[in-house]
Design a protein around this ligand. Structure first.
Ligand SMILES: [Zn+2]
Length: 587
């Protein structure tokens, strides 16, 4: 009853299962996988078991890289399809969106002010909004909120930078809007509100207005007739008022318990001479009246058909404010999900601090490895997949949460360990002199990756003069050494420590086989031939570390992820003749 097709399917599923679990498949999940693909086989489960065991045993006899090679050859794309499926499964772990069924198509948005590059703190809003849109086969919009050329001025360079950051993160928007293109839209809606008597032009001083509103009392402007309000509005647009002399306010409940909600400001005057907009096509229009956050954002969420707003709970009051305007227009407020604060210990997530630091030269640029910008993370070899996965794990919970860098590193480590090439890096180098070497030359052939023999090997040659080999080892390893101890130099030979000198360790050749080291429980340390080392600088968030490394590091393309053996993971940042610079990711 069980034909060759079944065996083939079992082989494919067993290979996927093995690759997922570091090379070892298990019969149970393999049978389960087959039955979910082929429910028609359920009556034959008893016959399936021995066959599945046989196939699993066959797969488990292969190395992990052979398993991958066989799968790739026989079922090209199967591994990628499996990864996609798992990503979708993960996304489905997000709680469902409220009232999703009420909307024909789910539309979410990410709405940054282009006044800085993106950082890890923005990733949650982006990843969740994007993932939810994908989960419901909806749309994800990017909206630049750039209508404050005075205090939160946008900068041209950040429009492109943010878009690039989003694409890198794997959250490409379906549409991009710039609020500075939409001033006529805001003007029309302001005029509509004024005409309906739901907004007014207030010419009171800030202090006078505040005093009245704190006492739950209207200012003298509030109840002026609509005709007069419209005249004032025209005067605002025509430039008859200076900065601070007039604002449009949206009427709310003057007795609202939160004074910040009462008659909030919607549009105000900004002098285009003093505060020109960074976009030339906007600047040339000479706009003097600019919408404030709640007005522009509220109008846009409605007009763009945003169904679900996913943002931090610091926006709760904004929802209260905007709901008044929605009621005036007879609009329905989108579903809003407010997640709790996310604190990442040790990360600078203040845009103003980042911008000021880069401007003062405190940081080398937006990708300075000490920053938590997406650019800095990318430069260090933190993958977008790791950031996405972390944000999905955190999800949209309302409770505040504190995470550490280690949470991100743990996910990233799992993702890059299978792909990062291995190299020796010797920091705080100390010379190791080995006497009594029985040959003139030793060649260590080390795999670039222990699970991926197809990548080839790196070759380190040690030449001995008069039986003496000169090597370099790391200072912390040298500090652990004691005379009489056996130490194995990975891939090379075992030595017997003789004497510890100032900046130098003297040893005697002991033996070559690894088994000897294992029996003697000798520590395994990495090393370099003294005449083959290149200069390596590792840029870490806590400072730069200089040392020496294998020449192969300088031959890796920029952007390659590497593991510096017994030191940590990183990304090749720059290389030159006889040197390499690595940005450190994590251990
Ligand atoms: Zn007033």
């Amino acid at each position: 009853m069980l034909d060759a097709d079944v065996r083939e399917a079992l082989l494919r599923i067993a290979l996927l299962n093995a690759i997922k679990h570091g090379g070892k498949a298990r019969a149970g999940p393999v049978i389960g996988g087959l039955l979910s693909e082929r429910p028609d086989l359920k009556p034959f489960v008893r016959e399936l078991v021995p066959l599945a065991r046989e196939v699993v045993a066959e797969v488990n006899r292969m190395t992990l890289s052979d398993q991958k090679a066989v799968l790739e050859e026989r079922w090209p794309g199967a591994l990628q399809a499996e990864e996609r499926r798992r990503a979708e499964e993960r996304a489905e772990k997000l709680p469902p969106l409220p009232n999703a069924e009420k909307y024909g198509r789910i539309i979410t948005r990410f709405a940054p002010n282009p006044d800085c590059v993106l950082h890890l703190g923005s990733a949650r809003a982006i990843v969740l909004s994007h993932e939810y849109a994908r989960m419901y086969k909806g749309l994800f919009y990017l909206r630049f909120e750039d209508t404050d050329p005075r205090t939160k001025a946008a900068r041209l360079e950040f429009y492109d930078a943010i878009l690039e950051d989003l694409e890198w993160l794997g959250c490409k928007p379906d549409k991009v809007f710039k609020q500075s293109d939409r001033l006529p839209v805001y003007y029309k809606h302001a005029e509509d509100l004024i005409s309906m008597g739901k907004a007014y032009v207030c010419t009171c001083s800030k202090e006078a207005f505040k005093k009245l509103v704190m006492a739950c009392r209207p200012c003298p402007c509030r109840n002026l007739p609509v005709e007069e309000q419209l005249e004032r509005w025209e005067k605002m647009l025509d430039g008859d008022y200076g900065e601070g002399e007039a604002v449009v306010r949206v009427k709310t409940d003057l007795t609202h318990p939160n004074p910040a909600v009462r008659d909030w400001p919607a549009l105000r005057i900004i002098d285009p001479e003093k505060h020109p907009h960074p976009r030339p096509e906007v600047r040339e229009k000479g706009y003097r009246v600019w919408p404030l956050y709640n007005f522009a954002c509220g109008v846009d969420d409605h007009l763009m058909g945003i169904t679900h707003i996913i943002r931090g709970k610091e926006h709760l009051t904004n929802e209260v404010r905007q709901r008044y305007m929605y009621a005036h227009f007879g609009w329905r407020y989108p579903e809003a999900i407010h997640y709790g604060r996310l604190k990442i210990t040790g990360a600078v997530l203040s845009k103003s601090k980042i911008v000021a630091g880069v401007e003062k030269g405190l940081y080398s640029g937006w990708d300075d490895v000490r920053l938590a910008t997406l650019r800095a993370l990318r430069r260090r070899g933190i993958t977008p997949e790791a950031i996405r996965e972390l944000m999905l794990q955190i999800g949209p919970k309302a409770a505040d949460i504190t995470i550490s860098w280690e949470n991100l590193y743990a996910i990233n480590r799992k993702l890059i360990d299978p792909i990062a090439n291995r190299y020796f890096f010797v920091w705080e180098p100390v010379e190791l002199l080995v006497r009594g070497c029985p040959r003139r030359r030793f060649v260590a052939e080390l795999p670039l990756h222990p699970d991926r023999p197809e990548r080839g090997r790196r070759r380190l040659e040690v030449s001995c003069q008069d039986g003496v080999a000169r090597l370099l080892i790391s200072g912390p390893d040298a500090a652990e050494m004691r005379p009489g101890r056996i130490v194995r130099l990975i891939g090379l030979f075992n030595v017997d420590i003789v004497e510890l000198g100032e900046g130098r360790v003297e040893a005697r050749f002991h033996s070559e086989p690894y088994e000897v080291a294992r029996e003697r429980k000798a520590p395994l340390i990495h090393w370099l031939p003294i005449d083959q080392a290149i200069d390596v600088e590792v840029l870490r968030p806590d400072g730069a570390v200089k040392g020496l490394g294998e020449p192969g590091l300088a031959e890796e393309p920029i952007g390659t992820l590497v593991q510096l053996v017994r030191y940590g993971f990183g990304r090749v940042d720059a290389v030159g003749d006889g040197w390499a610079r690595i940005c450190y990711a994590h251990n």
